[in-house]
Design a protein around this ligand. Sequence first.
Ligand SMILES: Nc1ncnc2c1ncn2[C@@H]1O[C@H](COP(=O)(O)OP(=O)(O)OP(=O)(O)O)[C@@H](O)[C@H]1O
Ligand SMILES: CC(C)(CO)[C@@H](O)C(=O)NCCC(=O)O
Length: 233
Amino acid sequence: MYSEENFLMIGNTRWHWANKVKKDWKYFHTSPNPIEFKDKDYSQLTWASVGPIPEDIKLCPSKEITLDNVPLNNLPTNLGIDRALSSWSAFKKQSFLKSKEQDLIVIDAGTILSVTKVSNKGEFIGGQLISGFSLQLSSMSNRAMNLETPIVKKIPTETFQYETHNAMIRGSMNALIGLILTLFEETKLPIWMCGGDAPIILNELKNTNIDINHSPNLVLEGMIDVYKKINSI
Ligand SMILES: Nc1ncnc2c1ncn2[C@@H]1O[C@H](COP(=O)(O)OP(=O)(O)OP(=O)(O)O)[C@@H](O)[C@H]1O
Ligand SMILES: CC(C)(CO)[C@@H](O)C(=O)NCCC(=O)O
């Protein structure tokens, strides 16, 4: 049985969970609709979703966290709840830092890499969306007869790659790195990053002068914070 202190974020590739164990939060990721949870009672979970919800799981509609629950201004009605929650979370974290006077940028390097700019007053400004790393690789092989989705063991470093699979990997990674470098050059704003590809992207950026706040659980932390606000905890 779940207690009320269990949270689920349904993404497009994975499901993301937060469980309170004694006083500590434990964050983990599973495949969608994990077989090991098939007998679990989902009705007590606080949840939000941007991905498909299987019909056989019984989430409670009144326990859904929606955009109306997120205390940022100017949110478009169709904005992904993951973007709203990570933005709220980063905005709140930055409000305790010296950089609180500055606007901020949130990058969620997931299935889709989303960029979201939030003003120092907590207003949604806008963003960018681009296919995430795995999706770039799989979409190339889906649409080009001679390309196969590579298995990524490591990211090759040289700009010009001899092997096809390495050329696909280097090109896809450069698309993401290039986007981030351009954002930083144009704005010089603090960047907050989460998502499944954040570690490899940060590794690629380690020799640059971009200072990124890696905060892997921004979305779930935002959900927990919003839940506490709604329930005055
Ligand atoms: N164990 C893993 N399974 C799947 N993807 C992974 C894994 N580890 C890292 N990744 C990377 O994470 C990315 C997906 O990120 P993440 O799991 O955060 O997405 P998601 O939250 O399911 O999607 P969304 O962006 O819709 O919320 C993929 O591009 C992939 O390269
Ligand atoms: C962009 C994604 C897919 C990122 O997970 C999600 O936030 C979503 O479905 N958004 C809806 C459209 C938008 O945020 O502009």
